[in-house]
Design a protein around this ligand. Sequence first.
Ligand SMILES: [Zn+2]
Length: 374
Amino acid sequence: MPNPKQHTERYFQSPSKYIQGPAAIKNAAEYLGQLGKKPLLTCDSVVFNIAGKNLISALESHGFQVTREEFTGETSNKEIERLVSLGKNCDFVIGMGGGKTMDTAKAVASQLNLRVAILPTTASTDAPCSALSVIYTPEGEFERYSFFNANPDVVLVDTNVIAHAPARFLAAGMGDAIATNVEARLCKNSLNFGGGLPTEVASAIGNKCEEVLLKFGKQAYEANKAQVVTQAFEAVVEANTLMSGLGFESGGLAAAHAIHNGFTAIHGVHHLLHGEKVAFGTVAQLILTGTSSAELDVYLAFMLSVDLPITFEMLGIPKVTDEDIRRVAKLSCAPGETIWNMQDPVTEELVFGAIKAADAVGRDFILRAKGRQV
Ligand SMILES: [Zn+2]
């Protein structure tokens, strides 16, 4: 239930520094030097080739000694322990890559009691700025949220690298980010991830995040396809990374992320990115809370414009059974899930209905959109 102990303190937290621009990696030494000179860098081999090599040479030319360890793909306790044992002689941690690499780096730094720099190479999640990691089982199912004492010390975003990542990642980040305001506005009397009530600034950030996405989302998606950095692209990268990150952590999550977590138990959707499932969960949440058709259409039009999934078919599960959806609904309503932050009535049956209805309105919207094109 929201705020059971009737806390009255407002609470806001954020990374110490956020830097974003098209030459951020080239200038990395300037921003990371304050953290130490002997970083443990974790990234996967793909990211190493795309950006890791350039980062290492930028740092080594300024006297850094970089220890590089490959990230093997899952934010699991096993992987975290492995990297902790390899980072004992380092003086800070760098996580470079996607959401799971960053979440792993944050957990490793916390266990080693070291500061951490996060360098996302896609704008696909709201993970970079937060003081929490999502821990999965080695098989990739959601296990738990893990909370740290501090947010990352530096978040450094190279928009030129991000512009060269597939546009699908930017779209997924927008799916995650469009949930920020939709979820946070229902959490006004719920404790956020810092354990306090949301501030006005957290709510303003959520609003701005949504405004930027609706205004520039499609344009930024096209810029990404052309692999160029534009003002719209910079604005959306900031919305996906900084605004979404601050907005969810200090604003609060609700049903969209809980439904996402439920979906991770379905095998047919493991190929999907976090934000793609969150986008679908956002529509389900809007239905759960009785949103008008006109308002729903605004979100559906936005999602479709950047190719986010709004039907079971687009999620890659056209033949999903009611039994599976009931399983998703049950997991979404697990004790401690963020769905319980909402004031609205929540039962497994209502969530089951909202998920089925989300697919139905998605299909209907696509039919209407096609009709308008004829
Ligand atoms: Zn998220």
